[in-house]
Design a protein. Structure first.
Length: 224
């Protein structure tokens, strides 16, 4: 019969529809056909708060360390065998150098805010040089005490002097390393850490180390 092939074709189409032959399920990305609906966007730059929190935690931990040393210093000072140390005069010069570095680092940040990159780098180099000069001055102070036969094991007062100055010097050396990092790193426009943020965080640490040294120097004079 002539109608038989048409009926057979209709039956085959019905079977294909029932059997799932209507095509693959749509992609999970929605009905727009893009297929990118579930893809996560790339993470943006980290919040500046992360760096502020990190430097705050570092400062707090360092402060607790020196407060523990200061408490031991005051308790031991009232005991027997305490022989005051004649502090070298170069410590006053070192203090002035360190305070000057706090001024230059702030001037450098102001130059950076004014988009004066050359002025920023010049003042930042001066700050770094003053930091190195302070450390060299501390070495001079140690050598002067050694020339007077005052060593770490001479008495409790001299022990605390070397401990205070050495511990502060090591932490300040870390600040010098941070200054060099900001000075020589090639910051990019799309970098996660900008030059301005790095300079800001570094300045916080540097000012803290300056203030800490003034406190330690006053404590050492109190020990005399």
């Amino acid at each position: 019969m002539r109608g038989t092939p048409v009926v057979d074709d209709d039956i085959e189409l019905i079977i294909e529809d029932i059997g799932g032959g209507g095509g693959n399920p749509p992609p999970p990305g929605g009905d727009d056909g893009g297929g990118d609906g579930d893809k996560r966007r790339p993470p943006g730059p980290p919040s500046p708060r992360r760096y502020h929190t990190g430097i705050a935690l570092a400062i707090i931990s360092i402060l607790m360390f020196f407060m523990a040393l200061s408490s031991a210093f005051l308790l031991r000072k009232s005991g027997d065998g305490w022989v005051p140390v004649h502090l070298p005069a170069v410590l006053i010069f070192n203090t002035a150098v360190l305070l000057a570095s706090s001024l230059t680092i702030e001037l450098a940040r102001h130059r950076l805010a004014a988009a004066d990159l050359h002025g920023f780098k010049t003042l930042w180099r001066i700050t770094t040089g003053l930091g190195v000069l302070f450390l060299l001055g501390q070495v001079v102070a140690w050598r002067q005490l050694v020339a007077q036969s005052v060593y770490v094991s001479s008495n409790p007062a001299s022990s605390f002097f070397y401990i205070f100055t050495a511990a502060h010097g090591l932490h300040l050396l870390g600040g010098v390393a941070a200054l060099l990092y900001v000075l020589f790193r090639a910051f990019e426009d799309r970098a996660k850490l900008s030059r301005a943020l790095a300079a800001e965080v570094t300045s916080y640490y540097w000012h803290f180390m300056d203030g800490l040294w003034v406190f330690l120097l006053a404590l050492l004079y109190l020990g005399n």
